[in-house]
Write a protein that binds this ligand. Structure first.
Ligand code: ADP
Ligand code: MG
Length: 333
């Protein structure tokens, strides 16, 4: 059973950046305004996330790492009206099957924080013979989750990671994306032991300021995209570069219903618009947030399938193209 769970977990969490994405979404779901990430060895040795969200009640601590345990799905109707990032209740469970997990958390009503260790979905004692129950400790409101030695028990997976710096770059990419999309939240990401954060945003910053901070070489001006389509039940906002962005390929930050995802038909369509309107070899910067009626999106898509599909995909892609074309033509005439 443990091995089966571990294989299943390895499919949900394929690399450190997948795990971190799930942890960041949990922190955002908890209403955090400050999210601090620390990483060792590209996340393989250590992934640590501290938030100032609403925390976890002591009595819920025993179950948060169990599979399909979620506080975000109370009624069946929630399946279609879901506003939070995930509802599968699989992220923490999966992480606890492939890493050593420690959670320290405090809700505002509690005088102290509680700390607990997890393995394979369950609470475990710090030392053999001790109680596994959460222990009272000092701590601020919010939650800290530490995942150590990712894939320590999945040697084949562990061997697949050739480059720690590549894993760290994927982590920085995830933190940067969420920092841009959530400009009301301050994010930091730092290598454990370093004094200089590699990502640092502040709560008061605008989306544009965060884009410029994190993608310094975005060429010239950014054009704003802001449209609503009642008939299709969807809305798009974002910022796109007017000119080429001097990197090898398009930088495309796509959010659908506040989740960082990929969609190749939208991506290809945008590339075509730029190729048509700008000099050859254009590599634009695009940050695009789509809000689509949740009942038209397959939210139950497997976490590793970053590619998300939705109803009226062609019409929505067309609407995105129109908006881009208009913004680019207006700016260049
Ligand atoms: P899901 O997010 O799909 O509910 P997870 O496995 O990601 O499932 O998390 C399980 C549960 O643990 C969440 O539903 C939530 O109640 C709790 N939880 C996880 N992370 C946090 C956090 N940072 N702050 C508050 N609660 C959290
Ligand atoms: Mg989650």
């Amino acid at each position: 059973q443990t091995v089966v769970n571990r294989i299943a977990a390895g499919e949900v969490i394929q690399r450190p950046s997948n795990a971190l994405k799930e942890l960041i979404e949990n922190s955002l779901d908890a209403g955090s305004t400050k999210i601090d990430v620390q990483v060792k060895d590209g996340g393989l040795k250590l992934l640590q996330i501290q938030d100032n969200g609403h925390g976890i009640r002591k009595e819920d601590m025993a179950i948060v790492c169990e599979r399909f345990t979620t506080s975000k799905l109370n009624r069946f109707e929630d399946l279609t009206g879901i506003a939070t990032h995930g509802f599968r209740g699989e992220a923490l469970a999966s992480i606890s099957h492939v890493a050593h997990v420690m959670i320290t958390t405090k809700i505002a009503d509690s005088p102290c924080a509680y700390k607990a260790l997890y393995s394979d979905g369950k609470l475990i004692p710090a030392k053999p013979g001790q109680s596994a129950d959460p222990k009272a400790c000092a701590g601020n409101n919010g939650t800290q989750i530490i995942a150590e030695d990712l894939f320590y028990n999945v040697p084949t997976r562990k061997k697949a990671f050739k480059s720690i710096s590549e894993e760290y770059n994927r982590i920085l990419d995830i933190v940067s994306r969420y920092a841009i999309h959530n400009s009301g939240v301050s994010f930091t990401c730092i290598k454990k032991g370093s004094n200089v954060p590699d990502v640092k945003t502040s709560t008061g910053a605008t989306i544009v300021e965060n884009i410029r901070l994190l993608h310094g070489s975005v060429a010239s001006e950014l054009l704003s995209i802001d449209r609503e389509f009642d008939s299709l039940g969807f809305k798009m906002t974002g910022y796109i570069s007017n000119a080429n962005y001097s990197v090898k390929k398009m930088t495309f930050l796509l959010f659908i219903n506040h989740r960082s995802v990929e969609n190749s038909s939208i991506k290809r369509a945008i590339e075509n618009i730029y190729a048509m309107l700008l000099p050859k070899g254009a590599h634009p910067f695009v940050y695009l947030s789509l809000e689509i009626d949740p009942k038209n999106v397959d939210v139950n898509v497997h976490p590793t399938k970053k590619e998300v599909h939705f109803l009226h995909e062609d019409r929505i892609t067309g609407a995105v193209c129109d908006a881009f074309q208009e913004a680019l033509e207006n700016a260049n005439h």
